[in-house]
Design a binder for this molecule. Structure first.
Ligand SMILES: Nc1ncnc2c1ncn2[C@@H]1O[C@H](COP(=O)(O)OP(=O)(O)OP(=O)(O)O)[C@@H](O)[C@H]1O
Ligand SMILES: [Mg+2]
Length: 255
């Protein structure tokens, strides 16, 4: 009898806890990103540059998308907005169902740190730091370096094929190896979302292939990936192409 009363208390407490948690938790959206009528205008010398002029699309969890278009068509502007590095002039950007269009700088940097990994054309490594130290850099800013995080850096270096290069400084690496470090660094906070601006722009054809294979593996493991590229052979390896012209979408193979 006493045991059954205790059990009933346990069940009630568990139920209350579960209910409370389900009320507190943000519901998981079906979409990694939703962009609604996005505009980004710059005022320059008395003229308005419409870098983005009414762009709308949705990206489901686990998609692999290329953003393509001529120079000046608005690709980097769009990627920077998706990456919470900037705010739109008007329109809505939702990430994981949360409207990030007009959040404070502090909240935007929290979202960047927890949800988004960035990969750059020119790698943006610190030349004098080793492979492991470069992967660790985002953690310095968050003040969370410990034995566990260092092991995680080692695991990521291995994941991108650099287990034999852990102590190399980045100037001692090839371009492809440097981009692997850049990819490992982008993964350090286990983001759901990877954004890359011309990640293969400085690489030869064979190395481009290797980096694309790595990105495809990460996508197969569940990462949502958006890359900006000029190269049709890169765009064609993704699952969807969004093509921009003069700040507008002229083609979306996933729409
Ligand atoms: N800070 C800024 N101030 C004024 N105009 C800007 C600014 N940033 C971008 N632009 C303009 O917005 C337009 C889109 O620029 P964006 O960098 O997004 O192009 P892009 O498609 O990435 O080009 P590229 O392929 O050359 O990198 C361009 O006309 C550019 O000159
Ligand atoms: Mg650009």
């Amino acid at each position: 009898m006493r045991n059954s009363v205790r059990f009933a208390h346990f069940i009630t407490a568990f139920h209350l806890l579960a209910t409370r948690n389900s009320l507190l938790a943000t519901p998981m959206s079906e979409y990694s990103a939703e962009i609604i009528d996005l505009h980004k205008h710059y005022e320059l010398g008395g003229e308005t540059v419409r870098a983005l002029n009414g762009v709308s699309f949705k990206i489901k969890r686990g998609e692999f998308v290329a953003i393509m278009g001529a120079s000046g068509s608005g690709k980097s502007t769009l990627l920077n907005l998706l990456g919470c590095l900037d705010r739109p002039t008007s329109g809505v950007i939702k990430l994981d169902g949360e409207d990030v269009s007009q959040l404070s700088d502090d909240r935007l940097s929290e979202i960047r740190a927890s949800k988004i990994g960035f990969i750059f054309q020119s790698y943006n490594l610190i030349p004098q730091l080793t492979v492991l130290e470069n992967i660790e850099v985002p953690l310095y800013y968050q003040g969370i370096i410990n034995a566990e995080s260092q092991q995680r850096c080692r695991d990521l270096a291995t994941r991108v094929g650099l287990s034999q290069r852990l102590e190399h400084r980045s100037f001692q690496l090839s371009g492809g190896q440097q981009q692997r470090v850049g990819i490992a660094r982008s993964l350090i906070n286990n983001p759901a979302f990877l954004l890359a601006d011309e990640p293969t722009g400085n690489l030869d054809t064979a190395t481009t292939e290797e980096i694309m294979n790595l990105l495809k593996e990460l996508n197969a493991e569940g990462k949502t990936i958006i890359i900006v590229t000029h190269e049709p052979e890169v765009g064609n390896q993704t699952k969807r192409i969004i093509r921009l012209k003069d700040g507008e979408i002229i083609e979306d193979t996933g729409a």
